[in-house]
Every structure is written in structure tokens, then in C-alpha cells.
Design a protein around this ligand. Structure first.
Ligand SMILES: *Cc1c(COP(=O)(O)O)cnc(C)c1O
Length: 354
């Protein structure tokens, strides 16, 4: 705290990202990165971009990237907004579309960046409880609101919501924007992208960080009616005209175009997840149904904090949330390679036998 800080900064409670350990040789299953590298075509595109042209600013409108994304999703380029990671896209959406006189609604257990953005932009919110099975109950969102946002699948639970439920919500909630944060959608959850041309208040946000293995490149995007996109562009052009640098645009275009590599790696992650779920159940874990590249699991008798600490002693890092208490015994475990899964299960075998 310093006397030079503004009142806004004094009042902030920033988001705390998962640890990025500086140690080598750790099995890192804590921040939902993809265990497989990006497509070789992405690496080639990045290498080609390392050239004299870096002295020039990038395209402020990222037209090539918008074209690649709109083509992949079967939309028009003016239905696409791109940003420096989907966290930035989400931040702009909070300011441009979710800040109104009424409270923003999101689940009580969800991506913890949402309340942080509310603090930053002074947006009132109400946390809507998940049901006993950690599912989103869309009927609970049928009340006056200034906007609705949730991830599908939800985070950190991984629990997917059926597309029919999202459509039910859109049918009753026509007067505010509904943002579906689809960071993990490609690991077996139904996307709401096909509803965009029917519901002008639907904004779908996706990222290249998870399914396309590009967390280090920082590219995310929003899809929706062009009026929603225009609002995001107005905020972006009042904030940073060039959020997508030359490397990010070149790499992201190549990633969107290499559909075969993307589909193959998603399939591998899903197969590894299915085996890990069975292995953990055999070790007396309760595992929530997952449509993501991570699982949320609780042991029947052992505390989550204890298991996280003992895994760490064995050089395996998973994510553990102390709050709220309802999830304090759960571990959020990123799906790694088959080998990493085996190492995790072997370590748990040792820990649980003691
Ligand atoms: C990882 C994640 C994001 C943001 O990812 P970026 O790397 O900023 O694109 C957004 N929402 C949820 C729920 C996430 O888990």
C-alpha cells in the first residue's frame, strides 16, 4: 500500500493464477495447459515471422486472423473479435456489455476472474449457487440481471451444460447479454456457436490457450452479433490499438487452419482423461463428470490439501482451492500425457497406502 495508489487500486483483489514453477522436472498438472505442443505448422509460421518486418506495427484489425477464425466457425468476419488471450477479451466484455444498472449473474463456483473484473470495473454481481451435483441450473438465472456469464464446461469443476439448457436460457433472457466462456469446449462439450445467428445477445468466448496448445502466445476471441463485436472494438480501440502482435497473428492463423492436428490432440487428451477417471475411481476418488482437459476429484476419506501437498513432495503439481469450503477437498487435475497420468496414479497409490 502506498499513498500514491489510486482508490481503485486500493480496492482491488487481483486474480491469482496457478503457479508457474521455476523448477524443472515437475509434472505440471495445475494450469490446464495442453501436454502436446502446438502444430508444427504453427512453429513454422512463427519462424517465418521472425524477420525485418517486426519493425512495423501489426495489423490493428487482425484481419487475417479474423478471416481464419470466421472460416473455421462458419461465421462472418464482422462477428469475430480477437484479443490478447481470452482473459483480455472477457475483460472488455465486462466493461462493454455486462456493466449495467442491474447485477451480473454467474455461478457461485466458477472462474475466479469474474469477480475480479467486477471489482476492476465496479460492476455489481450476484453469485448463483450450483445444484448439489455441481451443475448450473438455468432456471435460477431467470431473474432481472445486467448480464449473465459462465464457462461451459464450468471451471474449476469441468462439468458441462447441455446446449438445450443454454438455449432455454436464451429464450427467456432476451434483454441482457449472455456470455458463454468456452475455454475448454473442444474437449467434449457442445458449443453454443451455432446459436449465434439466432440470438443477438449471445457472445461466445474461446481461446487458443487450451485445445490449440498456445497458452504462451496469448490469443483469444469472441463470436457474436456484429453489434456486440462493435462494442468490444470500441473498448479495444480506447485501450490498445495493437493487442495482437505479429507473432500472435501468424501463429494463431496457422493454428486455426490446422484442423487435423487440433482434432487429433483433443482426441488424445479425452482418451487419457477417460482412463484417468477410471484409475482414480479405483483409488476411491469421486470424480465429477468432465467435458474439459481437467478433472475435479475428491477422495472419500483424505483431505484435498493433504493430497495436494503430498503430491507436490513427489514433484507432481495439481490445483487445490481452499475456498469455498464446498470444494476444499477437491483437486483439479489437468490431463497430461498417458505417461504423466501413470506417474500420478503411482504416486497416489504410494500416498494412500501410508
Ligand atoms: C484458461 C481460461 C481462460 C483464459 O485463457 P487465456 O489464456 O487468457 O485465453 C478463460 N476462461 C476460463 C474459464 C479459463 O479456464
Amino acid at each position: 500500500m502506498s499513498k500514491f495508489w489510486s482508490d481503485v487500486v486500493r480496492g482491488l483483489t487481483p486474480y491469482v493464477p496457478g503457479e508457474q514453477p521455476k523448477l524443472n522436472n515437475l509434472i505440471k498438472l495445475n494450469t490446464n495447459e495442453n501436454p502436446y505442443g502446438p502444430s508444427p505448422k504453427v512453429i513454422a509460421a512463427l519462424q517465418a515471422e521472425a524477420a525485418d518486418t517486426l519493425r512495423l506495427y501489426p495489423d490493428p484489425n487482425s484481419d487475417k486472423l479474423k478471416a481464419a477464425i470466421s472460416e473455421y466457425h462458419g461465421l462472418q468476419a464482422n462477428q469475430v473479435f480477437v484479443g490478447n488471450g481470452s482473459d483480455e477479451v472477457l475483460a472488455h466484455a465486462f466493461q462493454a456489455l455486462l456493466k449495467h444498472g442491474r447485477p451480473l449473474l454467474f455461478p457461485d463456483i466458477t472462474y475466479s476472474f469474474y469477480p475480479v473484473y467486477c471489482g476492476l470495473y465496479d460492476i455489481e454481481f450476484e453469485a448463483v449457487p450450483l445444484n448439489v451435483n455441481f451443475e448450473i441450473e438455468v432456471k435460477e438465472y431467470d431473474r432481472p440481471n445486467g448480464g449473465i456469464i459462465f464457462p461451459n464446461p464450468n471451471a474449476p469443476t469441468g462439468v458441462p451444460l447441455a446446449l438445450a439448457e443454454i438455449e432455454k436460457l436464451l429464450k427467456v433472457n432476451t434483454e441482457s447479454v449472455v456470455v458463454i466462456d468456452e475455454a475448454y469446449v473442444d474437449f467434449g462439450t457442445e458449443s453454443a456457436v451455432n446459436l449465434i445467428n439466432t440470438y443477438p445477445n449471445l457472445l461466445v468466448v474461446q481461446t487458443l490457450s487450451k485445445a490449440r496448445s498456445l497458452a504462451g502466445l496469448r490469443v483469444g476471441y469472441a463470436l457474436g452479433h456484429q453489434d456486440l463485436i462493435e462494442a468490444l472494438i470500441r473498448v479495444k480501440d480506447s485501450f490498445n490499438s495493437y493487442p495482437i502482435d505479429r507473432f500472435a497473428e501468424a501463429g494463431a492463423v496457422a493454428a486455426m487452419q490446422d484442423k487435423a492436428y487440433f482434432e487429433e490432440t483433443c482426441k488424445k487428451v479425452i482418451a487419457t482423461r477417460n482412463v484417468l477417471v477410471r484409475d482414480l475411481q479405483a483409488l476411491d476418488f469421486e470424480v465429477l463428470p468432465s467435458g474439459a482437459n481437467f478433472i475435479f476429484a475428491k477422495h472419500k476419506t483424505r483431505a484435498g490439501s493433504e493430497l495436494a501437498a503430498k503430491l507436490r513432495e513427489q514433484s507432481i503439481v495439481v490445483r487445490h482451492f481452499k475456498n469455498p469450503t464446498r470444494i476444499a477437498n477437491y483437486l483439479r487435475i489437468t490431463i497430461g500425457t498417458d505417461t504423466q497420468s501413470k506417474q500420478l496414479v503411482a504416486a497416489l497409490n504410494v500416498i494412500l497406502k501410508r
